[in-house]
Design a protein around this ligand. Sequence first.
Ligand code: CP
Length: 306
Amino acid sequence: MRHLIDITDFSVEEITELLDLADDMIANPRRYADSQRGKILATLFFEPSTRTRLSFESAMLSMGGSVLGFSSADSSSTAKGESLTDTIRTVGCYCDIIAMRHPKEGAPMAGSLRSTVPIINAGDGGHNHPTQTLTDLLTIRREKGRMDHMVVGLCGDLKFGRTVHSLIGAMSRYEGVSFVLISPPELRVPAYITRDLADRGIPFTEVETMEEVMPELDILYMTRVQRERFFNEADYIRLKDTYILDPEKLRAAKKDMSILHPLPRVNEIAVSVDDDPRAVYFRQVRNGRFVRMALITKLLKEAEQA
Ligand code: CP
């Protein structure tokens, strides 16, 4: 049974095929309108979501399939003490594929071990978010026309930002990509990730201000400070507005830099940036639906062939 738990579960070639399929789905949506008729997606969200859950549901509905699920642990039998494994084994009797989000790192992996249907990690704690990364990769490829030879700046909460961890894992596999990690010292990328980059000879720098690196960047990936992961509210309040991207700061950026954000946004990008042609975060949202259509299609096909 093939699952998507970590973005590196897929080879670079598989990701290229997936993005090609997503591009075709964007260009020819009618061709896929009935492609998953009779199939059921379950969305099990033990944590809040707008984009990930609804884009998965929209993806399945756009292909003629059906959806069921829950959007909080409180409305499932988890509230009565049911284990994750029992929930997954139960829901697997009602559906063909499961997308799950959970506050505990590793929960989708644990769930996949006893699952009879493909499991998609839709975000596990502060760890990984591989389907956001597929969205980011499709957006980068559509905006820049390439995946290689780029300086990628990641800014904000790089410690708890799961989208950052998955994106570094994915982009570090392309030739000529280097990273500029912009964060306060308290919110640096976890050491296991920078150690891995160093071991593989992937260039990266760690800085504390976006101004000092802005002219170098081809991509600026902004992130929210993840309030829900902090142990201490005072620390969150002290750090939450460390970075606010505004038109003044963008003056020093390349004319063709792309600004991405997984969203939701709080204060870290001023609304006045939204009309800048370099701001691609709402196109990124739209891409998320199509890349999840492609992902569901791939995993269901592989499950049938297994
Ligand atoms: N990007 C993302 O995961 O958004 P949601 O939390 O709204 O799903």
